[in-house]
Design a protein around this ligand. Structure first.
Ligand code: AP5
Length: 215
C-alpha cells in the first residue's frame, strides 16, 4: 500500500503521516525530515540542501530523488510507505514511477486542501522538537510546559523556514511546482481530496476510511 500526502506547507501532511505510520505500520518517508537531519549532522547532503531550505526553495530534483530512492529501498518499506513531502515536482513524480516499476495506478494520493490564511497561521505558530521531530503550535496545540517538548523534554525551536518571509517563498514554490502534480495524478492514481481545515482527529478518521476503500 503506497500513500502520497500532497499539500501546501502547513497543510498537516507530517501530522497525519505520523498517525498513519503508527496505525498502519507503514514507514513515514519525509524528505523534509531527512534533509533537516542531514543539515544537523553536517553531511555533504546537508551542506548541499541547506541554502535552498533556508530560502524556502525546493532542493534540486537530482538530490531529492536520490534520497527518496535510497529510503524506499530499505526493507521496512517493502510492503508500502507513506510519502510526506515527496514527490513535489513532475520530475520527482516520474522518478517515483521509475522506482516502483513505472506505474502509479496503485498509489492513493491524498490532496490536502487548507485556506492560505490558515496555512500561514499554522506555520508561523509552529514549534518543533529537533530531537524527536514532534510538532506543536503556540495557540492551538501548545506543549504542557512552555517551550519544552512533551515527549522528551528537549527545548522547542522555530524552524528557520517558518519565519514569515520564508513561508511566502515556500508557498510560491508550492503554487509553481507542486500544485501541477494534482493534475498529473488525477488520471494516473487514485486521487482523494481531503478537507484539511478540520480538527486533526476528524482528518485522520477520513484518511483511514479512504484507505479502507481505495488501498
Ligand atoms: P517539509 O519539511 O516537507 O515542509 P513542508 O512541505 O513545507 O511541510 P511542513 O512540514 O511545513 O507542513 P506539513 O504539511 O507537514 O504540516 P504539519 O503537519 O507539520 O520541507 C521543508 C523544506 O525541505 C522544503 O521547503 C524544501 O526546501 C525541502 N524539501 C523537502 N522535500 C522536498 C522535495 N521533495 N523536493 C525538494 N525539496 C524538498 O502541520 C503544521 C502545523 O499545523 C503544526 O503546528 C501542526 O500542529 C498544525 N496542524 C496540523 N494539522 C492541523 C489541523 N488539522 N488543525 C490545526 N492545526 C493543525
Amino acid at each position: 500500500m503506497n500513500l502520497i500526502l500532497l499539500g501546501a506547507p502547513g497543510a498537516g501532511k507530517g501530522t497525519q503521516a505520523k498517525r498513519l505510520e503508527e496505525r498502519l505500520g507503514l514507514p513515514q518517508v519525509s524528505t523534509g525530515d531527512m534533509l533537516r537531519a542531514a543539515v544537523r549532522e553536517g553531511t555533504r547532503l546537508g551542506l548541499e540542501a541547506k541554502g535552498f531550505m533556508d530560502r524556502g526553495e525546493l532542493v534540486p530534483d537530482s538530490v531529492v530523488i536520490g534520497v527518496a530512492v535510497e529510503r524506499i529501498a530499505r526493507p521496512d518499506a517493502k510492503n508500502g510507505f507513506v510519502l510526506d513531502g515527496f514527490p513535489r515536482t513532475l520530475p520527482q513524480a516520474r522518478g517515483l514511477e521509475e522506482m516502483t516499476g513505472g506505474d502509479s495506478r496503485g498509489f492513493v494520493v491524498f490532496d490536502f486542501e487548507v485556506p492560505r490564511g490558515e496555512l500561514v497561521r499554522r506555520l508561523s505558530g509552529r514549534r518543533w522538537c529537533p530531537a524527536c521531530q514532534s510538532t506543536f503550535h503556540l495557540e492551538s496545540d501548545p506543549p504542557k510546559r512552555t517551550g519544552v517538548c512533551d515527549v522528551d523534554g528537549v527545548a522547542l525551536v522555530q524552524r528557520h523556514d517558518d519565519e514569515e518571509s520564508v513561508i511566502a517563498e515556500r508557498l510560491r514554490e508550492y503554487d509553481a511546482r507542486t500544485f501541477p502534480l494534482i493534475e498529473h495524478y488525477r488520471t494516473r492514481a487514485q486521487m482523494v481530496p481531503i478537507d484539511g481545515n478540520r480538527p486533526k482527529d476528524v482528518v485522520f478518521q477520513e484518511l483511514l476510511g479512504a484507505v479502507e476503500v481505495h488501498a
